[in-house]
Design a protein. Structure first.
Lengths: 338, 343
């Protein structure tokens, strides 16, 4: 059974008076022990999915889903307390901006030690438990590769650099020994050395602890080097998902193809000073979403049928939502030639 | 920390010396005889005038005069009142604690009522309870203090007859003066009917305290509510939720502390507003405080009293403000420390 199973998640958010479907029938599945990448442009709703999963959504937003389950338990139906317990022990989240995700008025030590679940400590008097907490904290900071643990422990969040803060966030996420780590764009605005350290740390955790990771990012290069499967998101709709290898070799959805083409790193025979392929136009704002397939107005292959939302179809664990996927177009062309 | 302390002490000393210079120059700026303005005594004979001029060093240079003035200030020799010929230091040491008492109780009431209401309103914002809290704070913020005091007197003293009209304690109880704080004095004294006197003093306190505290409570509610609302939307609250902390843990351990750090100095700054309001309300309730005393002095053109009264009140407010600023600077880790350079 999948760890996290999201099927047709629809989230309507309040944009001052009217409700807009910021997420429209998003489907996503994370298996135990895999690294799942969630890719999409800024504003495509990646962070909203994360917030919907962890339950940090304002009460008046409307959330609907055919399935939003964690190991078979329905997350939407359970009480806040049950959900809190799951978040406490089984799911951990690393947020985009590490410094603002830390309490500015508490030292790192206080925050890390607060996150240690009581169950992990042996029974004992409070000073023994304090000592244990401290040892666990130091061990974790060592594990995520922070040197000078003692001195960083006494600092406040505004006094540490962003990369240390992000490693620290990962340490805090690992403290409860979770089964799923949701990393919401953890390497945003980091330079490549630091970024690689973080990515290597995450891959290492996946291999050694069999930790499932939902890696949310728009960094295709990073994803292709570490993720096993990926889901592409456009404007709040899932466009395509499958194994990273398959998607690279043969994207079925025009958007995925455009996305891969726009990244020069994936094109071996790119002549110098040549134009990069990009779709016309920009991602629409929430107030002006097109009906049907949201890629419609920008899609090179759009036809009349595209005003209806395409059903999700799948071939060999590779699913896509498009009326005219690329492999069918090729066949069509062949037929026309004949 | 020592550096910070030195900076604030420096600021305090400079500001206070400007105030002292100003109060000294008032003796020359007020209409009338400089000698009378500085000493409070109208000389009747030339010999007396010469003796006073000698005593206040008015024949020497202006610097010597100022030095002498400073010495007198420090030693508590503040001159006498123009009208009553009673020592100003003695008068102020009776009037000032009375004002302080009123201010402190009003501040306590505002904190005890305002912060919890603002906290609840901020957490459940845009719910019926919050609308109630906000309406209450807007209405009470809009009342002019003097008008409110008069309305209170009309309703509670004159029409309903529930509470006394003026003064600190009924004249029946002869409370000996020791600290100047009436409740403490009654507690300390061994007069008969101590308990009744205590209740009576509290009944006298209710109306003036309420009329001053209402405005400050409204301000505190609005500060706390806004700060909690802002703080609850920040990323670390979401992060704390995602870590599965209990709601109680999030509100009290993270939300409240971070909300209070920026607003505590703002709240403390309201103390000077509180003192100003207290001085107005004292006059209405005939409370024997510094405000009432100062207004009497102004009516009677009692220049020495005005000079010293202004100095005492302003030095107090300045000292308080700087102390609060220092404390809030010292406890907030994110302020005044170097920001780390990022790449």
């Amino acid at each position: 059974m999948a760890l996290l199973d999201v099927k047709n998640l629809t989230l309507e958010i309040d944009t001052g008076g009217e409700f807009v479907k910021a997420l429209d029938k998003v489907s996503l599945m994370v298996e135990a022990g895999e690294i799942k990448a969630l890719v999409g442009e800024s504003g495509s709703g990646k962070s909203l999915i994360v917030r919907a999963i962890i339950g940090a959504i304002p009460d008046h937003w409307i959330i609907k889903a055919d399935r939003l389950t964690w190991k078979g338990q329905n997350l939407l139906a359970m009480s806040n307390e049950q959900r809190r317990v799951i978040m406490r022990r089984e799911i951990a989240v690393v947020f985009q901006d590490p410094t603002s995700s830390l309490d500015p008025s508490a030292t790192l030590r206080a925050q890390l030690e607060e996150s240690i679940p009581e169950e992990l400590l042996d029974k004992g008097m409070f000073w023994k438990r304090n000592k244990q907490r401290r040892e666990i904290a130091i061990g974790l900071m060592h594990k995520v590769g922070i040197k000078n643990q003692e001195s960083f422990m006494q600092r406040y969040p505004h006094e540490i650099p962003a990369d240390i803060a992000q490693k620290f966030m990962i340490a805090m996420a690992l403290v409860s020994e979770p089964e799923l780590l949701i990393a919401d764009d953890p390497t945003r605005s980091m330079e490549s050395t630091t970024k690689n350290q973080i990515l290597r740390l995450l891959s290492g955790l996946n291999e050694t602890k069999n930790l499932a990771i939902l890696f949310v990012s728009h960094d295709l290069l990073a994803i292709s080097s570490m993720a096993h499967t990926m889901t592409v998101l456009y404007c709040g709709q899932t466009v395509e998902s499958g194994r990273v290898k398959h998607l690279h070799r043969r994207p079925l959805h025009p958007y995925t193809k455009a996305l891969l083409d726009s990244a020069p790193s994936f094109q071996i025979n790119l002549p110098p000073k040549s134009h990069l392929v990009a779709l016309e136009g920009t991602i629409p704002t929430l107030q002006h979403l097109p009906i049907g397939c949201r890629l419609g107005p920008r899609c090179p292959n759009a036809r009349r049928e595209c005003v209806k939302v395409p059903e999700q179809r799948s071939i060999h664990h590779h699913s896509y939502s498009c009326h005219f996927p690329l492999h069918l177009l090729v066949e069509e062309k062949m037929e026309n030639k004949e | 920390m020592i550096n910070l302390l030195m900076r604030y002490v420096n600021l305090l000393v400079l500001t206070v010396s400007v105030l002292v210079i100003f109060s000294f120059s008032l003796a020359y700026l007020f209409p009338g005889d400089t000698l009378t303005n500085i000493s409070g005594i109208v000389p009747e004979t030339d010999a007396q005038r010469a003796a006073l001029e000698e005593a206040f060093k008015l024949n020497s240079s202006i610097f010597a005069q100022f030095w002498h003035y400073l010495e007198n200030l420090v030693s508590g020799n503040w001159g006498v009142s123009f009208t009553s010929q009673v020592g100003l230091f003695e008068q102020i040491s009776i009037a000032f604690p009375a004002s302080m008492e009123l201010t402190i109780y009003a501040l306590l009431v505002s904190i005890v009522v305002g912060i919890p209401l603002g906290f609840i309103g901020g957490i459940w914002h845009h719910k019926p309870f919050d609308f109630g809290v906000v309406s209450f704070s807007i209405v009470s913020y809009s009342f002019p203090v003097f008008w409110l005091a008069l309305i209170f007197i009309t309703i509670f003293s004159l029409q309903l007859g529930l509470l006394p009209l003026s003064g600190r304690v009924n004249l029946l109880y002869d409370v000996p003066h020791s600290s100047g704080f009436i409740l403490w004095d009654i507690w300390q004294s061994d007069i008969p009917n101590k308990y009744d006197a205590f209740i009576d003093a509290i009944r006298h306190l209710i109306l003036p305290t309420a009329s001053i505290a209402l405005v400050t409570t409204a301000i505190f509610i609005r500060f706390t509510r806004r700060a909690i609302m802002d703080e609850m939307e920040k990323g670390y609250i979401d992060a704390a939720k995602s870590r599965g902390f209990t709601t109680k843990q999030i509100f009290f351990k993270h939300g409240l502390r971070n909300a209070l750090v920026p607003i505590l100095p703002l709240m403390a700054m309201q103390v000077s507003t509180l003192i100003t309001n207290a001085m107005v309300v004292e006059t209405i309730f005939s409370w024997p405080g510094i405000g009432n005393w100062l207004i009497q002095a102004i009516y009677q053109r009692d220049y020495p009293a005005i000079r010293i009264g202004m100095l005492v009140v302003s030095v107090f407010v300045v000292t308080l403000t700087i102390t609060i600023e220092f404390i809030s600077r010292a406890i907030d880790p994110a302020r005044d420390k170097f920001e780390r350079a990022t790449i």
